[in-house]
Design a protein around this ligand. Structure first.
Ligand code: AHR
Length: 629
């Protein structure tokens, strides 16, 4: 008898296990991570997209949200009225003064813009943008404003960040010319204020057509345009990957609202805005490039979720076919080229012009979000094949267990929204998962049912589930909480990991759970025992073998595709507390086994095969043998 022992039953931890899932939900993008300070900077909030299907859970009021004039006075804010929505900003009356505005739907800045704002000022008239429940400025900090405008007759405008009539920062410009022209200015705040507005006023009176306007802080994380305190909250979690840009927004409700990479790159004012399933439009200033830059800045592996050629199945799905499907698939390939293509390639050139000549990374690609069934599988296979042909190094992720229907699957994304108790009871959920199938990505997980949602109790339930993932990270290789961000004034979903307003942010208790797990990564998963005496023995290729199986031990020497077997033997194995007991009845077999081990000594691994040649695993830990045990 030979006793094969590992020094320790252990396996290496999954390198990228804990990450984040960013979706633009709860106004996480504009006015959030992407710190645009003006709400509805493109004036398109209330313009319904082509083919839009009215959702049952919202009614739509058409006005110019975020902007006030003397007729509007806060009454006509564009808002999606939804049962559990928190009301939008309350507007005091003193904002409005001698001016009128209306949407211009034809004479817009460029082909990507669906609206412009016609501003008509009487003498000393002014129009105001209320920001995201107020504009927040800090004394001494500078803010960049740019706008595109035109005017039939030259017109002088005063632009000010102000609070209750007091100017905190101001500048002026003269708009002239029949074509849209860009105007830039700096505004430096004299005082701290979190409830300011932007006022555009005109002494002489006159008409201006505003094509697009933006106000952003100059102080951003690494100067890359994102809100510092929010990025630092993410950094605190030590995330190893970022899944983006969604979620349901990737699917959309119609072909025109589905996400496409190419709508999210290039100059901000040339990116068409998108009405998300979460009841608001985003101007997509936070786009593909910005996500990749954030990944690079925080050392996260990009995990891009592409639309798979169908819209949200939970919301009256539309299937893309023929040219429309090809166009969508091409969009994904273009996205990859943008990320990792050379700067000479079509999309790599655009990346270089956006300030990043060197390729970014593109590590994972998830094909679709929460899609399923034969329509999904058809599209999944198509995208899988094309991506693997061109980029075999990219690891793909499926939305469901497509391998059960014969599709190739490297990894499957599983989502869990449930009660605290559900999670607490599932510490062992992955213990007996099929090790021969694809890896698992727990892409969305949160207590969003039952009592104490978003509180410590719920965080403990989630933590229990994460412990289950920790010990099974040979199969669960990626995990992230969902959703990540919530602007507390525009909640569409609850709970969310990080909550913020226009100047503060905080993590809910779950944030600190993920932070603790993310910050404390070991090198190996080892044997452990819980307080109840339950011993957890990590699975290794060998440790997961069942006792008394007839096994073949081989030492394949890999030569490209081919494996040359120089030694092979059959044996009966018994799985014991501290090793595998291998019964080898004769000297010949023993010799053979030693030859295998000699080779194993060099490479520190050998491969164990079971019935029908299926591989049980590569045995990679230190090995020593006790003879005649
Ligand atoms: O995280 C919120 C939503 O939940 C995601 O958009 C979607 O993937 C899931 O249904």
């Amino acid at each position: 008898k030979l006793k094969i022992k590992t020094k320790e039953r252990r396996f290496e931890t999954a390198r990228d296990l804990y990450g984040i899932f960013f979706e633009d939900i709860n106004r996480a993008g504009d006015g959030g991570l992407y710190p645009e300070m003006l709400r509805n900077r493109s004036f398109e909030d209330s313009v319904l997209p082509e083919g839009y299907i009215q959702q049952e859970d919202g009614i739509h009021v058409k006005t110019v949200s975020g902007w006030l004039d003397e007729f509007c006075n806060g009454e006509g804010l564009c808002r999606w009225v939804k049962g559990n929505n928190i009301p939008e900003t309350e507007i005091p009356a003193w904002y409005t003064h001698n001016a009128k505005m209306e949407l211009e739907l034809t004479d817009t800045l460029n082909e990507h813009r669906d609206a412009a704002l016609r501003m008509q000022f009487e003498k000393d008239g002014s129009l105001t943008n209320t920001g995201y429940c107020g504009i927040s400025v800090k004394a001494g900090e500078s803010y960049s404003l740019y706008l595109f405008a035109k005017a039939k007759e030259e017109i002088g405008l005063d632009v000010a960040i102000e609070y209750q009539g007091k100017v905190l920062a101001g500048n002026s410009l003269v708009v002239s010319g029949q074509e849209y022209t860009r105007y830039d200015m700096k505004l430096i705040a004299a005082e701290d204020c979190h409830e300011a507005q932007l006022t555009i006023s005109c002494k002489e009176g006159g008409e201006v057509l505003l094509g697009f306007i933006s106000l952003m802080p100059d102080n951003t994380y690494m100067g890359h345009g994102l809100r510092t305190d929010l990025v630092e909250k993410l950094k605190g979690m030590s995330p190893k990957f970022m899944r983006f840009p969604g979620g349901c927004i990737v699917e959309g409700t119609t072909p025109s609202t589905a996400m496409r990479f190419r709508d999210t790159v290039g100059p901000a004012w040339e990116r068409p805005s998108k009405l998300f399933v979460w009841h608001y439009r985003s101007t997509l200033g936070l786009g593909f490039h910005e996500y990749l830059q954030l990944c690079e800045d925080l050392g996260m592996e990009p995990l891009y979720v592409c639309n798979c050629g169908m819209t949200c199945q939970g919301r009256k799905s539309v299937l893309l076919e023929g040219e429309a499907l090809d166009e969508m698939v091409q969009d994904t390939l273009d996205a990859i080229e943008y990320a990792i293509g050379s700067k000479e390639s079509k999309w790599g050139r655009l990346r270089a012009s956006m300030g990043h000549p060197e390729p970014f990374k593109m590590t994972y690609l998830e094909i679709g979000n929460e899609n399923w069934g034969p329509d999904y599988e058809k599209r999944y296979n198509m995208i899988y094949k094309k991506v693997k042909e061109l980029y075999p190094q990219i690891k793909t992720i499926a939305n469901e267990h497509v391998e059960k229907n014969g599709c190739p699957a490297e990894c499957v994304d599983e989502h869990f929204y449930n009660t605290t108790e559900f999670f607490a009871e599932r510490v062992n959920y992955y213990d007996d998962y099929d090790r021969k199938g694809p890896k698992i990505f727990v892409g969305e997980v949160a207590v969003n049912e039952g009592n104490y949602m978003g509180q410590l109790y719920a965080a403990l339930g989630e933590a229990a589930f994460l412990i289950g993932i920790e010990k099974n990270q040979d199969i669960v290789t990626l995990a992230s909480y969902a959703p990540l961000f919530e602007n507390v004034n525009y909640r569409a979903w609850y709970p969310n990991l990080i909550r913020f307003n226009n100047h503060q942010s905080l993590g809910i208790p779950s944030y600190y759970v993920w932070k603790m797990f993310g910050q404390n990564r070991g090198e190996y998963v080892v044997q452990s025992e819980d307080e109840g005496g339950r011993v957890y023995r990590p699975r290794t290729g060998m440790a997961s073998l069942k006792s008394n199986k007839e096994l073949r031990f081989r030492n394949p020497i890999w030569n490209g595709e081919e494996a040359k077997i120089t030694h092979e033997l059959m044996g009966h194995v018994q799985d014991t507390e501290d090793g595998l007991l291998l019964q080898l009845p004769d000297e010949e077999q023993k010799k053979e086994f030693h030859s295998i081990l000699e080779w194993a000594d060099e490479t520190k691994s050998f491969v164990v095969f079971g019935e029908e040649d299926q591989t049980y695993g590569r045995f990679e830990t230190d090995i020593f043998v006790e003879e005649n045990a």
